[in-house]
Design a binder for this molecule. Structure first.
Ligand SMILES: Cc1cc2nc3c(=O)[nH]c(=O)nc-3n(C[C@H](O)[C@H](O)[C@H](O)COP(=O)(O)OP(=O)(O)OC[C@H]3O[C@@H](n4cnc5c(N)ncnc54)[C@H](O)[C@@H]3O)c2cc1C
Length: 469
């Protein structure tokens, strides 16, 4: 009977909603917003999959997870098999299941997306990864015999963790060097607990350690040790996965006022340095009454929702384009709106005004959309004499990030673009023999899964190189 219902077109076109904490509850805590599927919900959702003979979803995934196979295994209730299928190509499934922009990747090309109800691939991936965690974590710890080759990985974000895991599995001696006091890159210092619990991140980091990779924290490569010194002390190859962690600013008058933060500083203080537990941790942060966040990507959504949880009375996102162009994950825009974050669209800040050194007001100009620019999105054009003001006592700038230049400045012969991004070929090889790079340091700000995809490609090529030495 149940199968009959599921086979009917009505159920096929109805996506199983993800249970969430109610907005009025979750704005007072940092616990995860999305609660995950129950086994019954997961099986029912998986049964909606058409098992297309020529599935498009695999091509929509930057690490090409065999999506139809793992979904079929979930539909059959074989969760063990499903996680094995995912882990063949995705080493951080509990993370990617939570943070990938599925609507523009695997789910975006799902045949059912045409009926507005693609299979909830991300939620199913998260379900099987959480199932594995509930059973004690990954048991796939088969490591090849030691090769005697040594690899240094600079940066412990998703790119670095992927390279390290893949090369450790192949028997190489891997050391990750991380500048901060905690591993994970943006997953640790940027994405808040209510989207990606640190316990999930730590389990995935521990998995990479169990494979044999060592992590040395508080080591800034380019300062504590240079890349040249890594080779001198015996590393045979180096992977640079240092991300893009330096904030961009608007460069408008008043940005130096107190109460103006870069999103990086705001989120790092809150997430990694536990400012929200001031007293227990020595890292205070001022939280305004009326907080304004400039930008509309994931970083802006995370900043806005963190400010709400820290007690702001009102939080407004100021963005130059319309909601249709907002680059954040659709789910997080929806969550932010449900939580009461206001959107001030087609608006550009041009000046910040203060009193006694603290920001108090923002001067903005209204925008309209013009012709498409090189990004394919319609360009925002200022409307003359449309200036207006509003009160704000905290401004968080979330308009993008630059790569940190330390490594490029201290490594001879490493070619970079004019913006400081490291130039590589499609395998991640840089202009220096023995040095690979991948993730945001090569592409500029992108996604967790694209950083992992780059890590996987580089790991394969590094392995070939090491085995010929
Ligand atoms: C707030 C925020 C939210 C985001 N949300 C999402 C999301 O929901 N979904 C999504 O797919 N993407 C999201 N992104 C983007 C995504 O997190 C990045 O694309 C991804 O983390 C890039 O991975 P990476 O490994 O290249 O670099 P990173 O994650 O930036 O990691 C780089 C690491 O290198 C370390 N490092 C830097 N320089 C040195 C040095 N000289 N020596 C040693 N270590 C160094 C850094 O401390 C850092 O730990 C978000 C980004 C931000 C900022």
């Amino acid at each position: 009977m149940e199968d009959k219902i599921l086979k009917s077109s009505i159920e096929r076109f109805k996506r199983t909603p993800m249970p969430k904490q109610p907005p009025e509850v979750r704005i007072h805590n940092f616990n995860e917003v999305a609660l995950g599927f129950t086994p019954e919900q997961a099986i029912n959702e998986a049964k909606r999959c058409l098992q297309c003979p020529e599935p498009k979803c695999i091509g929509g995934c930057p690490v090409e997870i065999d999506i139809p196979s793992f979904i079929k295994q979930v539909a059959e209730g074989d969760f063990e098999a499903a996680i094995k299928t995912i882990r063949k190509t995705d080493s951080l499934p509990a993370i990617t299941g939570r943070v990938c922009p599925q609507e523009v990747q695997c789910e975006g090309v799902c045949v059912l997306a045409k009926r507005n109800a693609p299979i909830a691939i991300g939620a199913l991936e998260r379900f099987v990864a959480d199932y594995e965690l509930s059973k004690g974590g990954s048991k796939v710890i088969e490591v090849a015999e030691k090769t005697g080759r040594k690899v240094a990985v600079v940066g412990s974000g998703p790119a670095g963790l992927t390279v390290a895991g893949d090369l450790a599995k192949l028997g190489h001696e891997v050391t990750i060097f991380e500048a901060l006091h905690a591993p994970g890159g943006v997953l640790a210092y940027g994405i808040p607990e209510f989207r990606l619990p640190k316990s999930i991140l730590n389990t995935e980091v521990n998995y990479v350690k169990q494979l044999g990779a060592e992590i040395k924290l508080d080591v800034v490569i380019g300062r504590t040790l240079t890349i040249e010194e890594l080779f001198e002390i015996g590393f045979n190859a180096v992977f640079i996965g240092t991300g893009a962690g330096s904030p961009k600013f608007l460069n408008i008058p008043g940005e130096e006022l107190n109460g103006v933060y870069s999103a990086n500083e705001f989120l790092t203080r809150c997430n990694l340095m536990k400012a929200y537990k001031f007293g227990e941790y020595d890292t205070p942060i001022k939280v305004g009454e009326n907080v304004t966040v400039v930008g509309a990507g994931n970083t802006a959504m995370d900043s806005a929702r963190t400010a709400l949880r820290l007690g702001a009375a009102s939080v407004t996102i100021v963005y130059r384009r319309t909601e249709a162009e907002m680059p954040a994950r659709a789910e997080e825009i929806e969550n932010a709106k449900e939580e009461g974050v206001k959107l001030q669209l087609l608006t550009n800040p041009i000046k910040l005004l203060g009193e006694n050194g603290w920001v108090k007001r923002m001067e903005c100009i209204k925008m309209q959309l013009g012709e498409a620019d090189e990004s394919g999105r319609r360009r925002p054009v200022p409307i003359p004499n449309s200036n207006f003001y509003f009160d704000t006592d905290q401004v968080i700038i979330a308009i993008g990030r630059y790569p940190n230049p330390i490594i490029a400045q201290t490594t001879k012969g490493l070619e970079v673009t004019k913006d400081g991004l490291i130039i590589t070929d499609e395998l991640g090889r840089t202009s220096r023999k023995g040095i690979w790079a991948g993730g945001d340091i090569v592409t500029g700000e992108a996604t967790v899964i694209s950083a992992m995809g780059a890590g996987k490609k580089a790991a394969k090529d590094i392995h070939k190189y090491l085995m010929k030495l």
